[in-house]
Structure formats: C-alpha cells, structure tokens
Design a protein. Sequence first.
Length: 335
Amino acid sequence: MFHGCKRFCASGLRLPAQIASSRHAGTQSKAEARKRRSQLFDQEKRRQRSELGRIEKIEVKYKSAEDEIVMAMNRNISTPYDCARHISEGVAKMSAIASVDGHVWDMHRPFTGSCELELVTMQSPRIRAVNYAFWRTCSLILGAVADSAFKDHINVHLHSFPIPVISSGSFTYDIFVDLPDWRPTDSELRAMSALFVKLSNCELQLERLEVPCSVALDMFQDNPFKSEQIPNIAKHNDNDKVTLYRLGDHVDISKGPMVGNSGLIGRVTVSAVHKLTNAAVDGLYRFQGIALPKGILLNHFAYNILENRAKKLNATTTWQPQAQEEEVSVKASAN
C-alpha cells in the first residue's frame, strides 16, 4: 500500500474475472515485492546518511523575481524542498523542480555544496525542463498504477519507459503482461485512470536516491527486465550507480528529474494499451496516458481532442541500454 494514502486500493484494481489467471504465478505477491523494495530503499538511505560524518554547513542563495535570500543549509542533507519550506508551505507545494547553479535539480535531491537556487513551477515561462520532468513523472506513476492494478494471478513486469517525447501526444510505459492479445475494455481503462487520480490526490513526494548496482539488483531481483537493464545503466553512469525514485512504496529506475510531488498532476487519463508486435520481448504492452498540470483547465471538447490523440499508438522507440538521455538545460527556451 502507498504510504500516506491509506485509502488507496489496498488490494489493487479488481479487473474482470476473464483476465484473472495466467500461465505463471510468482512466489512473491506484488504487494510483498513492492514492500521489500521500499524497505531496501529506506535501508540504503539510512546507510548513506550514517556515512556522512560531520555535518557541513553551506550557503544557498535563493533568487526570485522579488527577493534574494541566503539560507544556511546542510551539505548532502538539505534539499531545494527544505529551502522552499523555509520560504512558505505554498512555495514548497507548488515548486516542481529546481535550478541549482543553472542545472536541473530534483526538489528532494540534496545539495552537494554552496550554490544559487531557483525554484521552478509548472507555470514558469520558457523553461522546457519542467515539462519533461512532468511527463517523466507521469510515466513513473503509470508504471505504479499498472503494477498494482492486476491481481497476483497475472504475471506482470515493468519493463521501461522511453525518454519523454512531448510532441508524441502521450506519456508511456512498456510493460510485460502475461495475457496474450489482451485488449483492455473502456471500463478497465477508466479504472486505471481512477487509480492514477487517487495517487495524484495523495500528493506523494518523489524521493530520489542513487544506489550501487548491487543494491539495485537486490531490489529488482523479481523483475527479469530490470535485472538485465541495471548493469547497463550503471555502466553508462559516471559513478557506476543507479538512480531510483520512490513514490509511496513504489520504487522505479529513472535518470530523472521528476517533479516534487504527485499533487502537481491535475486532470489525467489512461488512454490506451497497445501490444508491441515488433518489440524484442514477447508480451510487451505499451500503456499510454495524457495529463494536465494542476491548475491548467481545458473545456471538455479541447481535452477530448488530447485524449483521442493519446489513444493512437505512440511510436517512440523502446528503451535501449546504450540510449543516453540528453540533459535539458533549465534555461532552455520552450521551442
């Protein structure tokens, strides 16, 4: 169950009986696997904190259009979110990502030294990085929805989600589902959409943690696809580590950044599920969705156009181990 959201679907979505069986059943329930990953996440987080030693003070200069504030924070502990809370709870709640010395930064990623800080909202003009973070976060949550939506009888493994391509019209997650030629009904898509909305309403933080390859492999030992991907991901990172994110008790792999909390997502629809016939893995389905940031309002007609577009197969390439996501500068234009 997702921490801080006790009403959230304790046993997953009750999808129709005709899809409640599978050729294979895991020895560990999905809920148990999620709980174990989350516990290992906490364990590694505590281990890293214990190795910090003496706390070192740093100066963080916060710059906004109205003011400039210098805050004394703790190196490798304090985060942009902590700084935002010093300003106001409203600022902390609305900030999606941060700019640290001009680099895109997660709200819950600790500072590594003295720096200049800017806080970026979903309404920040001409900042493209926040849109990519928003769509990437939606993909991660879509994976959380799919992972908890099916009964334990059905063999489901999260595979990966491609680099966000906003012009494609949908965010995606590629997922192995051991149901040959499954075509979700409209009611099943609505049920997954409702589950997504519940997660958004929980306003869960997107926690970030870099872990050694061995820890990541231990966390995802039940997932054959993640287990195969992790060594490749670590090899392509400068520090041979794997970046994880946690939403409630759902842990997944992503280079990031993500937005600060799920409450920044407003209207959302799980629009379609397509079987990937040309994928290297049999049984891979592409889950797709469309979402708006909270506070962005569209009439029914306009949103329906976005939904219909998001139903079409998103042709973005499936994740490849050698593919490296280009960092989007926080100063980049919206073009």
